[in-house]
Design a protein around this ligand. Structure first.
Ligand SMILES: Nc1ncnc2c1ncn2[C@@H]1O[C@H](COP(=O)(O)OP(=O)(O)OP(=O)(O)O)[C@@H](O)[C@H]1O
Ligand SMILES: [Mg+2]
Length: 337
């Protein structure tokens, strides 16, 4: 479904970066944030903040009593596709994803909108907000208000509140040796979005992937008593897996031949459509990774900055390929075979 505007503007042309590829590089972010986070509970020590510390988990989770926890997360970014309605859906889906990534269920959200009011018509902003509303409605999560500013580049996203069972969370530090790794969406979103921004070609499968909620994946993980997961977004599969393995004190092994890709992803890399964020991700993980004889093109694909990607789960999920496993901590935090 696309926007019904007479002469659609190419939204991606109004921003330098796009989607999760416009995130602050992981190394720089961690340096800025170091030491500023509050104490987080080690299991059972009475501290109410269960997630939200230095590991960089997907959302903050606070125990509120009576066996309940509140989940809080926020995500917004510049246009990742030209179509306003689709961008709204993608941004909302991506923001909701962090609630599912910690094992929560979204219950309410508010909009964050930055709009270049001199350069872009308000009817385009309405389409963005309509897309966000429709995606949140699919998640059973009403959007109840928000905040809007005049800005040089358009930006959109949500702050989402969720609920969770404090004893059944999905966290970065709960990975254990011997456990397989599953990935619920194919990679290639960053390079395909870069191609779309440069050429205007539309990749329908990529839009479908970015607008698929991670609700089912999160539910399946909890049903199987899995306790360790994250979503694959701007830091790419390797960046997010590095964070998970580091927090869990293990080494993660990736079977590169088992990793699924969207059609056209490889061609996009070969044709030079690689977001700067994907290169920065690769530079960030490379000192901690044994790549063996893996070629540069494959490394870039594995580090590609995703937008609204799937869940990376330490465990097996029906329908999701196993892309590697966790092993005891070795010399490298990541091994790619
Ligand atoms: N300005 C900030 N202040 C405090 N913590 C921050 C700030 N920006 C990011 N973080 C934290 O850094 C970690 C990494 O953030 P990041 O946005 O990359 O991951 P995320 O929340 O999982 O988002 P997404 O999955 O959409 O990429 C998270 O734990 C986040 O809460
Ligand atoms: Mg996340």
């Amino acid at each position: 479904m696309t926007s019904p505007l007479a002469a659609p503007v190419r939204l991606t042309q109004y921003a330098r970066g796009g989607g999760c590829a416009c995130k602050i590089p992981p190394g720089e972010l961690e340096t800025v944030l170091a030491g500023l986070a509050g104490p987080v509970s080690a299991a059972g020590d009475g501290e109410p903040l269960l997630l939200g510390g230095d590991d960089g988990d997907d959302a903050a989770v606070l125990r509120v009593g009576d066996g309940r926890a509140v989940v809080s997360t926020v995500d917004f970014f510049t246009p990742v596709v030209d179509d306003a309605y689709d961008w709204g859906r993608i941004a909302a889906c991506n923001a909701l994803s962090d609630v599912y990534a910690v094992g929560g269920e979204p219950v309410m959200a508010v909009n964050l909108l930055a709009w270049p009011r001199d350069a872009l018509p308000w009817e385009v902003a309405r389409e963005v907000l309509r897309g966000g509303r429709d995606m949140a409605a699919l998640a059973g999560c009403p959007i109840a208000g928000g905040h809007s500013i005049d800005d040089a580049e358009p930006k959109y996203g949500l702050a989402v509140t969720g609920i969770a069972d404090p004893d059944r969370l999905l966290r970065l530090d709960a990975g254990r040796p011997g456990v397989p790794l599953s990935l619920t969406k194919p990679l290639g979103l960053g390079v395909l979005n870069a191609r779309h921004k440069a050429t205007g070609e539309v990749f329908a499968d990529a839009v479908d992937t970015m607008t698929t909620l991670n609700a089912e994946a999160g539910r399946l993980a909890l049903e199987r008593d899995i306790g360790c997961a994250t979503d694959v977004t701007g830091f790419g599969l390797l960046g997010h897996l590095y964070k998970l393995a580091r927090a869990s004190g293990v080494t993660a092994v990736v079977d590169s031949s088992a990793v699924p890709y969207l059609d056209g992803a490889r061609a996009a890399v070969r044709d030079g459509f690689v977001p700067g964020g994907s290169r920065r991700n690769l530079a960030w993980v490379s000192p901690h990774t044994d790549f063996g004889r893996i070629a540069e093109e494959e490394r870039l694909l594995l580090a590609d900055a995703q937008t609204s990607g799937g869940l990376l789960v330490a465990g097996e999920l029906p329908g999701a390929p196993v892309v590697g496993e966790l092993v005891g901590r070795g010399r490298h935090t990541l091994i790619v075979r």
